[in-house]
Design a protein around this ligand. Structure first.
Ligand code: SF4
Length: 76
């Protein structure tokens, strides 16, 4: 299955929740902070800063990235 890599620079996240609202299939609130992370299903690290999402969720993740006010979500 083709995937798209998603990265969140969590140190710069303001916790505004825009990405979680735009794409809850990929982004969630971390339990120990109010910062966003990638959902367990797709994350590729312990912290949730890095993930591989199926291509059918790439548009949703891209919408979230486009809407992030501090532009810290990157896709490749
Ligand atoms: S939209 Fe950006 S700043 Fe807001 S919670 Fe998501 S990653 Fe953090």
């Amino acid at each position: 299955m083709k995937t798209t890599k998603v990265h969140i620079d969590r140190e710069e996240c303001t916790g505004c929740a825009q990405c979680r609202e735009a794409c809850p299939e990929v982004f969630e609130e971390g339990p120990d902070d109010n910062l966003s992370r990638i959902v367990k299903k797709y994350r590729t690290d312990d912290e949730g800063a890095q993930g591989d999402v199926p291509d059918d969720l790439a548009d949703c993740a891209r919408d979230a990235a486009d809407g992030c006010p501090v532009e810290i979500i990157t896709l490749d």
